[in-house]
Design a protein around this ligand. Structure first.
Ligand SMILES: [Zn+2]
Ligand SMILES: [Zn+2]
Ligand SMILES: [Zn+2]
Length: 431
């Protein structure tokens, strides 16, 4: 057996072959690698430059273009981040500046940079509801059919081209049905009705019936063939602040409070996701008789299926008789949950001004998604639960995105209402 030598590093218990020792000066390989890592790190720290690419830039369009420019990671350069997020800058653009961004997106599209172009177009449409109808024929020519929300303001000729292409374009039918759903006008409605009566041959290759696509755009085709909206266009963000405030908004809307009653499934406390004054503009369109709308769920069990709550005439919610325990619900122990999200509750504030109804439509963009109203940001397919009383789809009221307030949080709780039957529901999705 060859004699092994101890590694020279203090505290290292490894032994090495004499041949290794000769090569490394008496150190084991992990120690050599660690020394090299430290040397590299020291070099980086000594030579790293701080670069502020935004220095001197004041025009929002230039700042946005820079923000959309992909940057290769270089350990020797530390970039100073711009203090405002893209969505904030987009929302504050003038119409002329938005048009400039649109032109820029079309230039990138023509040059083949579809990804950046798509990000800019989505930002214009979602964050500020900018009308890009005039650019849609270019988008179609360049094959940019996704995301469908880009097509929501399309004029009749674009809509008709999409409808014609459905017959033959097997590769893009999914995207085109989504785009048509976002258009959702009388003509689209008529075709959805026809397809429900007489299924077109191409529909066999879809996973769902053509008219089901409408739900991705926030509406459905009723049994009577009408359009029924499942969302409301007024949208107010729910943002986390640094400090709890005593402002007047606090009484108007509260989020993430432990409820008084327990979850019959896991035994832990139920959670009040939101408790909002129904006179606030984000809910006043509902004309609820109750003073407050409280939406409760169990955030532990609610990840595994729909949880319904029934509220009484004074708005007090209670566990619904319609809840069915999911077969696959694990044996949950509420003690294992730290309830960190509850600490964020007092910091969450409803904004005083509405933002674009489409603000959170594209889940993959950089915005925070928590809001009351507007379109949901579906992580997976649209999932409007059916009311267990009247069987109608429940309407979307708001959503809380765990990523917005927990460091390692993920997943979104979506909240729904059936006003006639005094029922609320929650659905959870994550990537
Ligand atoms: Zn060692
Ligand atoms: Zn539970
Ligand atoms: Zn109902």
């Amino acid at each position: 057996m060859t004699e092994r030598l101890p590694c020279k590093s203090e505290g290292c218990k490894a032994t090495i072959l004499p041949a290794t020792a000769a090569k490394t000066g008496g150190y084991c390989m992990p120690c050599v690698q660690e020394q090299e890592r430290r040397k590299r790190q020291a070099y980086i720290e000594e030579h790293r430059k701080t670069v502020n690419l935004y220095e001197g830039l004041t025009a929002p369009v230039e700042i946005l273009k820079l923000k959309h420019t992909p940057r290769r990671h270089d350990p020797l350069i530390q970039y100073v981040p711009y203090p405002l997020k893209k969505e904030t800058i987009y929302a504050a653009l003038s119409v002329e500046e938005a048009e400039e961004m649109l032109d820029y997106a079309l230039q990138l599209l023509a040059a083949g940079d579809l990804e950046t172009s798509r990000d800019i177009l989505s930002s214009l449409v979602c964050y500020r509801n900018h009308n890009i109808a005039a650019a849609l024929s270019k988008l179609m020519e360049c094959g940019m059919l996704h995301p469908g929300v880009l097509y929501k303001d399309a004029a009749a000729p674009i809509r008709d081209r999409l409808l014609q292409r459905l017959d033959w374009d097997d590769d893009h039918r999914n995207s085109m049905l989504l785009a048509l759903s976002w258009i959702g006008d009388e003509q689209v409605l008529r075709r959805f009705r026809e397809w429900r009566e007489n299924q077109p041959s191409w529909a066999e290759r879809l996973y769902v019936a053509p008219e089901t696509y409408a739900r991705e755009a926030g509406w459905e085709l009723t049994p009577g063939g009408e359009r029924r909206d499942l969302i409301h266009s007024l949208a107010y963000s729910i943002a986390k602040r640094e400090q709890p405030s005593n402002s007047e908004m606090e009484g108007v809307a509260r989020f993430l409070n432990p409820a008084d009653s327990n979850c019959p499934w896991c035994g832990g406390k139920l959670d009040t996701l939101m408790d909002v004054d129904t006179a606030h503009p984000s809910l006043s369109y509902l004309e609820l008789a109750e003073e407050r709308l409280q939406i409760q769920t169990c955030v532990r069990c609610g990840c595994y299926g729909v949880i319904y709550m029934e509220y009484d005439s004074s708005g007090v919610p209670g566990w619904s008789r319609f809840n069915r325990i999911p077969d696959y619900l694990q044996d949950l122990s509420p003690e294992e949950y730290d309830g960190e999200y509850l600490a964020a509750g007092p910091l969450l504030t409803l904004s005083s001004q509405p933002h674009s109804a489409f603000y959170t439509t594209e889940w993959g963009l950089s915005q925070h998604n928590s809001q009351i109203g507007g379109h949901p940001s579906w992580v997976q397919d649209a999932e409007y639960p059916a009311c267990p009383c009247c069987a109608k789809s429940m309407v979307f009221i708001g959503q809380l995105d765990w990523e917005d307030f927990e460091e390692y949080g993920e997943g979104i709780y979506y909240m729904f209402l059936c006003q006639e039957d005094r029922l609320t529901a929650t659905v959870y999705q994550q990537s």
